[in-house]
Write a new protein. Sequence first.
Length: 474
Amino acid sequence: MSESPHRTTRLSTRAVVVGGSLAGMLAAAAVRDHVDTVEIIEAHDLPEGPEPRPGVPQAAHFHVLLSGGANAIEDLLPGTLKELLSAGANRVPMTTNMLIYSPEGWYRRWQRDSHYLITASRDLTDSVVRRQVLKDPRVSVRPHTKVTALLGSSRRVTGVRLRAADGTETDLTADLVVDASGRASRTPQWLGELGIPGPAEDRIDSGIAYASRIYRAPVPTLNWPVINVQADPRRGEPGRTGGIVPIEDGRWHVSLIGTPGAQPTREAAEFEPYARTLRHPVVADLLSRAEPLTDVALTHSTVNRRYYYERLKSWPEGLVALGDSVAAFNPIYGHGMSVAALGAVALRAQLTSLGLTDGLSRKVQRAIAKPVELAWSLAVGQDIHYETTKGRSAGTLDRLLQRYVSRLSHTATGSYRVATAMTEVLTLQSPGTALLRPSVLAAAVIGPPRPQLDGPTFTAGERGLLAEAGIPVP
């Protein structure tokens, strides 16, 4: 029997994701249920396991996944957190398993489990997420290929132009293009080629440099606390920050961070002496019995950069940008992976609500801007108070806000209520307005109900392990 002439054949739908980064993988996870196929375009090879991925120099520095981002990843890819923990990542309750020396003093190790960090090497986090995404047969990767242009017009993007490693160029049509290519994103230029004026851009650079190294820990790392000694930008002198993050395979990932005038170097012989210059010697003391496993990696790429795509009067259908392609943050604050995950969840939510219809792309871009705005305000709100910062300086309102946040931080050293409110915001689980709740405002006025601590609060078990390792207990 011949096919009815009135029957129509449904056309296959395709999404193209630019970049095989963590953001790219999460974007693929977000769109896979709404199209027939997802093709990830990646300029390099993607490793099979937890190995360095070309084009991710920031992987040499420690990374934490905030609980807001971790919950978003689990929502997109159920079972991912279990896989990460099985592979050696640590789940670190905040501030239960953290030793934080803020500008206002030592934080207490409040007992809570709802806010946490996932700590692991960036390579491990990438590999677990990548494996979870690519086991879906609808998702594929085209390696050694670059996107050189967008196809379509100022009203609608219809695909991308590709250049293979041998220079061959081809066009690939798509119903949706997601730019997850990171700090090197060329979307502003591509929009210009389509006749769309470039977006407003902010660049706030505190001039911070990162020096990082991996050590064999002298103590077991399972349930070992994160250590963080912060700089105090109010002191009017170059800032020095340092931290130790427990990662897989019994290792510590150590990063030392300084503003101009106090920047660390890549010299191995200077790494531990620099740690001794922090506001407290706990990091240096712990490193005194640790075994260095790598050379020192150094980077100056810590500028905060944001494109305000959501403000453009014209935005083409069929195009979305997320992750570092929209906003890249000073990595000291640990927001990048989590903001990318929350952006991917926003993309999926809009697709679920609207489908591939007109108006989708603009609504997605505006939804992605919400977690970006919170992380941006947290990062820039700190960096602008360094005298060396370029791109923006602190105004009267900024200084008033800093005084309030400093008061909250001071109160949080002895107040569970305020510490919890701050942690909700810092882990991107609550908006910044949570810090203006009447109960929080009242607590800030009263101040900390408990006295300040005079040093890090290692538990009895941790002190025992330190003594066995021959490390002086601070």
